[in-house]
Design a protein around this ligand. Structure first.
Ligand code: KG4
Ligand code: ZN
Length: 339
């Protein structure tokens, strides 16, 4: 069999400039420059600051990925890039850079969907995805349940958040508790010393018959509860809030598996790094006879390897490359796996 092509993937949809290099499903390099420190004092990602940081980080991040893999530009066979969804200005930097590398090196360009890339990345760790599988993507910008017959061709949305994303709820509650941004990892850590049963927070939409989520009521409930107390035990609030989120997420994910009679669940996106989500998902999947796949935390948060992984699947499936004039589409729908 001929050697599979080397694909370089570029991710700039939010605050991480990510560059990954894969051959087939083998990960050769994954380098990231984050502008998070520049956003932390604002309590959220500032789009213009992110765009500027991508511009400065792009060339050095590509060069360090090549160095990590021990490769030269001339070894690269294809370029993949996140074309959307994400922050418009941030996406634009990655798409422009990818076009330049594609044209300069004379190799095909593949514009890909950021969410599908979060699904495809798991193959770098756990091998080819079962067809179909259910994927739950939980990040700062998205909370979605997907039916994935084929990540390179066909992704179907089953439900999503009607208000805040799961990661957004973690970040906002962390702020209420006086924890730094981004709050997810801090809540995860604080919760280890608290009781998940200390406070009964609401589980929005949990048994409403849909596969949608809602986290804004929970966020408000935590804020009201904290306001009403003379003093609080942060670990108990963190653990009780976290339990409410992961209880709903895992229940809905298993409802989706049952409804579509699918026995493989993938959890991805930044919130999939959450230790309680990982353990409760495993417990409930075991009880339901569902196989669980969760990429390691470094592949769950935004990175370039996920983009390269999906690009590699597109090349392998013989899908035609993107035109050199593809736009960056900040609201690219999940059903559009590549542009
Ligand atoms: O996928 P990601 O890196 O970027 C987006 O596309 O949004 O996800 C970032 C989100 C943030 O909201 C962050 O607080 C959350 O993932 N996060 C976590 C954990 N690590 C990151 N949330 C809960 N527990 C964690 N351990
Ligand atoms: Zn993401």
């Amino acid at each position: 069999m001929a050697e599979q092509p080397l694909v370089l993937g570029i991710e700039t949809s939010c605050d991480e400039t990510g560059v990954g290099i894969v051959r087939g499903h083998t990960l050769l390099a994954n380098t990231i420059a984050s502008s998070m420190d520049e956003h932390a004092r604002f309590g959220g990602v500032v789009p213009e600051v992110a765009s500027r940081a991508h511009l400065e980080a792009m060339t050095p991040t590509v060069e360090s990925a090549l160095e990590q893999a021990g490769l030269k530009f001339s070894d690269i066979d294809a370029i993949a890039v996140t074309a959307g969804p994400g922050l418009a200005g941030a996406l634009l930097v990655g798409v422009a850079a990818a076009k330049a590398y594609s044209a300069g090196l004379g190799v095909p360009l593949y514009g890909v969907n950021h969410l599908a890339a979060h699904v495809a990345v798991d193959q770098l760790e756990h091998g080819p995805l079962p067809k179909p599988c259910i994927a739950m993507l939980v990040s700062g910008g998205h909370s979605s349940l997907l039916l994935v017959p084929d990540v390179a061709a066909d992704v179907i949305s089953l439900g999503s958040t009607v208000d805040d994303a799961a990661g957004e709820a973690f970040d906002k509650v962390a702020r209420v508790l006086g924890l730094p941004f981004p709050g997810g990892p801090h809540i995860d850590r604080a919760a280890r010393d608290g009781s998940p049963d200390a406070i009964a927070f609401p589980r929005g939409k949990v048994d409403d018959g849909t596969l949608d989520f809602s986290f804004s009521g929970l966020k408000t409930a935590v804020a009201r509860w904290v306001e009403a107390q003379p003093s609080i035990h942060v670990p108990d609030v963190a653990a009780s809030f976290q339990e409410a989120v992961v209880d709903v997420l895992t229940r809905k994910a298993l409802q989706a598996c049952k409804k579509y009679d699918v026995h493989d669940l993938l959890v991805g996106g930044g919130v999939a790094a959450n230790s309680r989500l990982r353990s409760l998902a495993q417990e409930r999947c075991d009880a339901a006879g569902v196989r669980l796949r969760v990429p390691r935390p470094g592949l769950c948060t935004d990175n370039g390897a996920m983009v390269a992984a999906l690009g590699s699947d597109l090349v392998a499936a013989g899908i035609a490359p993107s035109a050199l004039d593809i736009p960056a589409d900040s609201s690219l729908p999940i059903t559009t796996v590549h542009v």
